[in-house]
Every structure is written in structure tokens, then in C-alpha cells.
Design a protein. Sequence first.
Length: 234
Amino acid sequence: MLIVKDLNVYYGAIHALKSLSFEVNEGEIVTLIGANGAGKTTTLHAISGLLKATSGSITLYDKNLNTTMADKIVGLGLAQVPEGRRVFSKMSVYENLIMGAYTRNDTKADIQVDIEKMYQRFPRLKERYKQTAGTMSGGEQQMLAIARALMSKPKILLMDEPSMGLAPILVDEIFSIIKDTNDAGTTILLVEQNAHKALNIADRAYVLETGKIIISGNANELLNDDRVRQAYLG
Ligand SMILES: Nc1ncnc2c1ncn2[C@@H]1O[C@H](COP(=O)(O)OP(=O)(O)OP(=O)(O)O)[C@@H](O)[C@H]1O
Ligand SMILES: [Mg+2]
């Protein structure tokens, strides 16, 4: 479904991604794990079109994403939940959800049906639909960021450290939402520092170190891999 091949990204003299190649198959949860600065966010930004790769190719269903603008990429069925739970902070919860659907051609009624679905999945958002997004708690904003991305009805969802900074109970909730979203048919590329939890819900995984993939395999194989255990599972 998504194929990344020989991707190179430079920030000036910094070679952030070094001939990165990996793929995500339809229906999978694939996780990309790695330490701070490994290049995880850079990888997601290159895929979603927020930054331009120096060389290499990114294809989604045979469409070349390198030459596609970020807003068109959303229209192709790819959405990203950015790092740091970014929401439109001055807009209400409801307006954020509407914004999530901006690339859809559906009627207002269809979009309203999906907003109701989000309210069912995230009851707190329903309770607070009028609240200014920026005044929601960190966990609530993360729920909103996920719900907003889902409003574009993505075929593949890219998530950048969705559990970061959340209390353990909320972390568990986020991971179960990711699992449910995948069970409902959305393919997921998940970037996480919480390698243990990510490997527990993923089908396959790639370990990124200073811009290179150093280990890849089935998630349960990696859970038992000594190198992964030492470096990422504490
Ligand atoms: N805009 C930028 N300008 C210069 N260097 C950058 C820029 N963005 C990222 N980098 C560098 O590229 C490397 C990869 O950064 P990236 O944000 O992709 O890492 P990450 O794996 O997401 O880390 P973290 O877990 O801390 O979020 C880092 O060395 C970082 O300093
Ligand atoms: Mg990052």
C-alpha cells in the first residue's frame, strides 16, 4: 500500500534519513521505533508531504507522493496525527472535527454522521464540543487530534508518538483506540518511543537509528530480540 524506497532527507548539512526503505501493507499496524533524533518525525513528514525528500520515492497505491502537495495527499486517503497533539487551538472541538473533513466531497449530513461516530468513540469530545480546543487537557487534545485525523476517513493513518506525555491510564486508552481504528479497517503507521506497547499492538516493526533502519521484522520477533530488548525495552 505504502512503499518508501531509498529515501534521503537532508537538513542543510545534516543527513537525517539515509536511504530509508520500508513498506506498509494494507490492514497492518506497522511501528517505527527509535531514540530521540533517529529520524521518525522526519520520515512521517516526508510521507505526508510536509517536507521534501532530497531523493528516493514514496508511493501510495501506485501514486507517487514525492510530486504531490500535502493537501492532495490527504485527499488520496493519508492522514497524519502530528507530534505534540496539535489542534487548532482557537477553534472549538466541533470546528476542529469539521476541519478534519475539509478534503471530503460528502454532504454536510454525511459529515455530521461521522462527527456523531467520533462523539461515540470519544465521549469527552461530545461533552466538550463547544470548548475552545486550546483549553482542553493534554489527553483531551490528543483524542481530538486523533478524531480530527479520522474525520478525513483515511485509508492509512500516520501517528507521531500519540502516547507522549500522557498518564499511564490514558496511554492504555490511546493504544486501544489505535487497535480499534485498525480493526475498523484503517492501516496504521505508528511512530513510538513506547516500544513495548507499540510492539504489542503492531504486526511488523522497523527500528530506526540515526536515519537508518537497523532491524526489521514481525513485532513479536522484535519483542524477543536481544538488541531491541537492550536498547528499547529497558
Ligand atoms: N528543521 C530541521 N532543521 C535541522 N535539523 C533538523 C530539523 N528537523 C529535524 N532535524 C534533525 O534531524 C534529525 C532527526 O529528527 P527527527 O525529528 O526526525 O527525530 P525523531 O526520531 O522524530 O526524534 P524524537 O523522538 O525526539 O521526536 C535530528 O538530528 C534533528 O536534530
Ligand atoms: Mg519526533
